[in-house]
Design a protein around this ligand. Sequence first.
Ligand SMILES: NC(=O)c1ccc[n+]([C@@H]2O[C@H](COP(=O)([O-])OP(=O)(O)OC[C@H]3O[C@@H](n4cnc5c(N)ncnc54)[C@H](OP(=O)(O)O)[C@@H]3O)[C@@H](O)[C@H]2O)c1
Length: 477
Amino acid sequence: MSKKASIGVTGLAVMGRNLARNLARHGHTVALHNRSEERTRALVDQFGDEGDFIPAYSAQEFVDALERPRQVVIMVKAGAPTDAVIDEFAPLLEPGDVIVDAGNAHFADTRRREAALREQGLHFVGTGVSGGEEGALHGPSIMPGGSPESYQSLGPLFEDISAKVDGSPCCTHVGADGAGHFVKMVHNGIEYADMQLIAESFDLLRGAAGYSPAEIAEVFRTWNTGRLDSYLIEITADVLAHVDASTGKPFVDIVADQAEQKGTGRWTVQIGLDLGVPISGIAEAVFARSLSGSSELRSAARDLGGPTRAPLADVSGFADKVEQALYASKVVAYAQGFNQIQAGGAEYGWDIDLGRVAAIWRGGCIIRAKFLNDITSAYEAEPGLPTLLTSGGFRKAVEEAQDAWRSVISTAVSLGIPTPGFSTALAYYDGLRADRLPAALVQGQRDFFGAHTYRRVDREGSFHTAWAEPGRPEVSA
Ligand SMILES: NC(=O)c1ccc[n+]([C@@H]2O[C@H](COP(=O)([O-])OP(=O)(O)OC[C@H]3O[C@@H](n4cnc5c(N)ncnc54)[C@H](OP(=O)(O)O)[C@@H]3O)[C@@H](O)[C@H]2O)c1
């Protein structure tokens, strides 16, 4: 009998091809399939010597090439194509077989697909994969959802090909049905926030300190040796140091200042609203991209009055202050993201280990950072932590950073440099620590115009004031 494959990959564009190669390079026999045959042939032609591949040119041939229980990884364009591929393969599979969707699906689609395939006795595993094409080939961060049974067979394979940090695989069973894609979604949302905060730091160092992109690249390189040590800081330094070959100008100055926002960043904010979790750092990052892309609006409003940017007279110590503001804002953005995962877990019944999530983001993915070790430690020390901001190490670091944080935002405001990420992070921090919030007044307004009632600080119950007749006491509702 001919050799069978322990896993198969269908969808061999850049991500699927690299994931298949990664599996084969780790000694696993991989069945290959793609809607159009060329990609399958090209993979075997170019990389066939990297390991054991079994190319298949029909769905049946692909399924027949797999050991039981069969494990089929789908890596196609997210959305309708994923449903089309599931519809093609599910009838050919048997109870106990596993279908993995490793594309960027919305977790609600994953929940729907998992429920439907469970009816047929199939395991459906929505899996977050982070790290882009390089990660897929050399070791991504992998976030599988689905049933614990499916992880028994799939887990060892995925752990094998994932990134490793301190010998530990960047892959864990995140939780049931859509948990993996939910966590991947929040990961991407946090990525948006992190990038925005770094971009604001650059803008401040340029606008308020008058540094050149090359000088700012050096500042980022220094930061990358400390607590901000991360992939995003590292690549930011490289991008800022890059000079455009055709003009000799800093690369950052020849790029149109209009960023894209679509997909998972937007989903994270939408779900944050649905769950009632204030993820203002991620939301501001998505909105900042929307504003950047609103070219007609920006042209129409460019002559609005306000301060012009001029470097500060004394810039000594300013870069250090920006580092502190960036660090504190970053802690807030991550704290909000982890609270969103916590809220998603509570809503959908997933038992997500937040410390493990931070641990598997330490390698392979875009937000990999030294900082994530501290998040893992915080949740290990206190699994029920209400927010990262109250954990010992982060509390102390943010309290120490806050004078600089406030000063940097004041400078930005006085010079007219927009810092939505820094500002919303500080507003969130101050909102959390406030004794009283003006929400009390909002409740009064709501009761006035809509008889929405309010609760009192001194008595139990729900109250309404008869506003139309001044002097009439409130009544219990
Ligand atoms: N690119 C990244 O950095 C990255 C990172 C993480 C996750 N992802 C996710 O990974 C998945 C794959 O990404 P990608 O960039 O490699 O590929 P992609 O451009 O998103 O999709 C191309 C692949 O989908 C297949 N496909 C499209 N419509 C199909 C249909 N109706 N039926 C069957 N197959 C269909 C294509 O087959 P044909 O060759 O026949 O056209 C091709 O194999 C996506 O969900 C993406 O969001 C991508």
